[in-house]
Ligand binder design. Structure first.
Ligand code: NDP
Ligand code: GDR
Length: 369
């Protein structure tokens, strides 16, 4: 039985990957940060009580900023595969916490690689690094492939650039099996609520049910190559099953604007969007939408709030997944419309639950970020 160690197991990808590896018969170990509340919603369906004999999912308290802790966990688990998914992963937040982002995302990667080396596991432990299309930033060519030059545009992107190169360096210097998956944006119903896709589906569902009045967004013209996280974790695993370690772009090869995502999500609810202002006047209410649904007659407002504009923006990203298709046999199965539909359906059921709770006299926090 193979043993895997996942940093970031409580995040979107960590949850899908843990499920995927458990189904493959792995013993899965995850690093979980200490928090003042339970923080395991995404993996609660997989959770096994510490008293369960021969349990297949084991959580360890830890943090990518603590090298002694990481060395101890790697020593205890002696994993066949390490998936380094843990990170301060929000691009805009990285402008506010640049030093912490560098510590967790850049040095955290170094700490894990060093743990492998210190423990003499270079030839037995394979390492996956969660690299990102944010490395391309100000893109030099379209679509982006493994050979496209990098030009990151945020403290997050710069930290991930260090992580990318230190993984390559440890592969070249010490012969370690270390891979970078250069993953383009991937979403799901368990995507963090402050990333734009989830923010949109969650807000539209709540507006539809009268729980929220307005959706505030930043740059509607940003273009992304959006896939589904369930597809992408399979690519992460495939990268560690090859005869030799290489870096791969993982993407759908199709691109949509944020504005199109809003349109598509609104269509799922039968809402008719009427765009006002064309996005030129930042202060203007950008769009008004009417809905023919009996549940929420009237208007649904979508407005631009400059606070969501970034100091440096990544305007457009489009991946070329040819190498992954040819060498890993991997292609994205879930398309844009299906992704939006699944997210919209799930957020609608969450909103229905919230509406029920509110009707029973309890207050639910709004959280619009
Ligand atoms: P999430 O933000 O959903 O999850 C991040 C995970 O990292 C959480 O489990 C979080 O723990 C954990 N974490 C954060 N800081 C630390 C720390 N200091 N020590 C240990 N763990 C920490 O991200 P995703 O699942 O979406 O992404 C997974 C990885 O892939 C990330 O590295 C991200 O940067 C990268 N990536 C993501 C893409 C995407 O589109 N989703 C695309 C390309 C790359 P907690 O729950 O306690 O906050
Ligand atoms: P991104 O994802 O920065 O690509 O990073 P995000 O969903 O945050 O932004 C995508 C684009 O939408 C624009 N945008 C907004 N973004 C947010 N969050 N909130 C808004 O209100 C809003 N309005 C417009 C952004 O400006 C941007 O252009 C994600 C993360 O998962 C990273 O960890 C990962 O590395 C990359 O994807 C690939």
């Amino acid at each position: 039985m193979k043993r895997a160690l996942i940093s970031g197991i409580t995040g979107q990808d960590g949850a899908y990957l843990a499920e995927f590896l458990l189904a493959k018969g792995y013993e899965v170990h995850g690093i979980k940060r200490r928090a003042s509340s339970f923080n395991t919603e995404r993996i609660d369906h997989l959770y096994q009580d510490p008293h369960t004999p021969n349990r297949k999912l084991v959580l360890h308290y830890g943090d990518l900023t603590d090298s002694t802790n990481l060395i101890r966990i790697v020593q205890q688990v002696r994993p066949d595969e390490i998936y380094n998914l843990g990170a301060q992963s929000h691009v805009q937040v990285s402008f506010e916490t640049p030093e912490y982002t560098a510590n967790a995302d850049a040095l955290g990667t170094l700490r894990l690689l060093e743990a492998i080396r210190i423990l003499g596991l270079e030839s037995s432990t394979r390492f996956y690094q969660a690299s990102t299309s944010e490395l391309y930033g100000l893109v030099a060519e379209t679509p982006q492939s493994e050979r496209t030059p990098f030009h990151p545009r945020s403290p997050y992107g710069v930290a991930k650039l260090y992580a990318y190169w230190i993984a390559v360096n440890y592969r070249e210097a010490y012969g370690m099996y270390a891979c970078n998956g250069i993953l383009f944006n991937h979403e799901s119903p368990i995507r963090g609520e402050t990333f734009v896709t989830r923010k949109i589906t969650r807000a539209l569902a709540r507006i539809h049910l009268g729980l929220q009045e307005c959706l505030y967004l930043g740059n509607l013209d940003a273009r992304r190559d959006w896939g589904h996280a369930r597809d992408y974790v399979e690519a992460q695993w495939l990268m560690l099953q090859q005869p030799q370690a290489e870096d791969y772009v993982i993407a759908t090869g199709k691109q949509h604007a944020v504005r199109e995502f809003v349109d598509c999500a609104a269509r799922e609810l039968g809402m008719v969007l009427e765009w006002v202002g064309n996005g030129l006047d930042e202060k203007a209410v950008l769009a008004s939408a009417s809905t023919d649904s009996a549940a929420k007659p009237g208007q649904c407002m979508v407005a631009i709030d400059p606070r969501y504009h970034r100091p440096a923006e990544v305007d457009t990203l489009l991946g070329n997944p040819t190498k992954a298709r040819e060498k890993l046999g991997w292609t994205a199965r879930i398309g844009f419309e299906e992704l939006v539909r699944e997210m919209m359906t799930t957020d609608l059921s969450h909103a229905r639950r919230d509406a029920l709770v509110e009707r029973s006299g309890f207050r639910i926090a709004q959280h619009h970020e």
